[in-house]
Design a protein around this ligand. Structure first.
Ligand code: ZN
Length: 159
């Protein structure tokens, strides 16, 4: 069965954070207070934010927060599969339901900026296969698809 549920909605963030903490513990890495907060900020903002927006939120809570604070935290989160850089819109994405073992594709609405992740193990497998045949070593494979979400399409129809 193909799941089409929206991954960022209806998530118990506390439980999700506990899972992220456990994951880091199992890898013997530290999810520091700042790293944790950056992850939480992304989750609380529909799972997608620009680094600058993260900094703005963080600065309100901690006057000593600097761009480098945010970038370092993001680097850590990306390195450990807790967040992803969405190159095409220069933003950072994280969804508690997505982990490193889950292969997914991003659907990016160009009208409202909403990003949804859909699990696509088959598509990722065939990409791996083609890459293998070409002798290409894939290090990152977040597929970014652009378009308009259901709500935004309905808006256009109404006008
Ligand atoms: Zn939209």
């Amino acid at each position: 069965m193909r799941t089409t549920e929206r991954l960022i909605d209806n998530i118990d963030l506390e439980q999700a954070m506990a899972k992220a903490v456990d994951l880091c513990k199992s890898k013997n890495i530290r999810l520091t207070k700042t790293r944790k907060r950056v992850l939480e900020i992304i989750w609380q903002n529909q799972g997608i934010l620009k680094a600058y927006d993260i900094l703005e939120i963080l600065e309100k809570e901690d006057k000593s927060a600097k761009p480098i604070t945010v970038y370092r935290a993001l680097d850590f989160l990306i390195e450990n599969g807790l967040a992803y850089k969405v190159e095409s819109i220069n933003s950072f994405f994280s969804c508690p339901k997505i982990d490193q073992t889950c292969e997914f594709q991003l659907l990016i609405c160009d009208k409202c900026g909403k990003v949804e992740a859909v699990p696509t193990p088959e598509a990722c497998r065939s990409l791996d296969q083609y890459a293998n045949e070409l002798g290409f070593k894939v290090t990152s494979k977040v597929i970014e698809a652009h378009g308009a979400c259901k709500e935004c399409q309905n808006c256009t129809v109404g006008k």
